[in-house]
Design a protein around this ligand. Structure first.
Ligand SMILES: Nc1ncnc2c1ncn2[C@@H]1O[C@H](COP(=O)(O)OP(=O)(O)OP(=O)(O)O)[C@@H](O)[C@H]1O
Length: 228
């Protein structure tokens, strides 16, 4: 589903964030991206979302070269990708229901579709009862589940999560991981950048380790451990 070929990313200030990265991710995989701060995890995520363009190399997503993609095609790419961030990024003046509905509205979904889909995903993440509540009246774990609902409401083929448990306590983090596992079992590919070594070690999923902008390890059923 994703093929990254010899990708190098140099930011305008001269920082080389990724060097010659080649990586293939199949549909339905669950991949942890690990590595020390500054290793290039977020940069890789941004390239896949086409928030940044690589300096060199190609990225194929669902058979399409997203590096050469025209800007007007970018919204179609992004519709296939659900993003979950460490800092939630919910709209504070909108309720839980409205936050999730908004993600559908911007894709041009009909009111009928919104009425059907939003309650269904809120139930899936266990927030059916909280539809009318504003984000700042929710716990961190609940806010993150709203973000997951928002990410999955468009039926994306890929979910990318950047440090999604970074602001959550251990128990809430595990609840979130169970939710991701559930979503993954339904066929959605998941790429999660994280420093949560205990989660990575317990889940025994594919681990891609970056260090200094290069892939230094790629293991099925891998573990977190930093490279020596
Ligand atoms: N927009 C930018 N402009 C210039 N340099 C950047 C930019 N974004 C990231 N960098 C640099 O690129 C390198 C890789 O950063 P990146 O955010 O991808 O790392 P990371 O592995 O996600 O780190 P963390 O775990 O701290 O989130 C770092 O040296 C960082 O300072």
């Amino acid at each position: 589903m994703i093929q990254i070929y010899n990708v190098t990313k140099i930011y305008p200030n001269g920082v080389k964030a990724l060097t010659d990265v080649t990586l293939r991710i199949r549909k339905g995989e669950f991949v942890f991206l690990v590595g020390p701060s500054g290793a290039g995890k977020s940069t890789l995520t941004k390239l896949l979302y086409r928030e940044e363009l690589p300096t060199r190399g190609q990225i194929i997503f669902n058979g399409k070269n997203i590096v050469r993609m025209r800007s007007r095609e970018v919204p179609y790419l992004r519709r296939k990708i659900g993003m979950v961030f460490q800092d939630f990024r919910l709209l504070p003046q909108k309720t839980v229901y409205e936050n999730v509905a908004f993600a559908l509205e911007v894709t041009g979904a009909s009111p009928k579709e919104i009425k059907r889909s939003v309650p269904a995903v809120l139930n899936m993440v266990g927030l059916g009862e909280k539809a009318g509540v504003f984000p700042d009246h929710l716990s961190g774990g609940e806010q993150q589940r709203v973000c997951v609902a928002r990410a999955i409401v468009n039926n994306p083929v890929l979910i990318m999560a950047d440090e999604p448990t970074g602001n959550l306590d251990p128990e809430t983090s595990w609840e979130l991981m169970k939710l991701f596992l559930d979503i993954n079992r339904r066929g959605t590919t998941i790429i999660m950048a994280t420093h949560a070594w205990d989660i990575v070690d317990a889940m025994k999923k594919r681990v891609v380790a970056l260090s200094g902008g290069r892939i230094v390890r790629d293991e099925e059923e891998g573990a977190y451990r930093y490279e020596a």
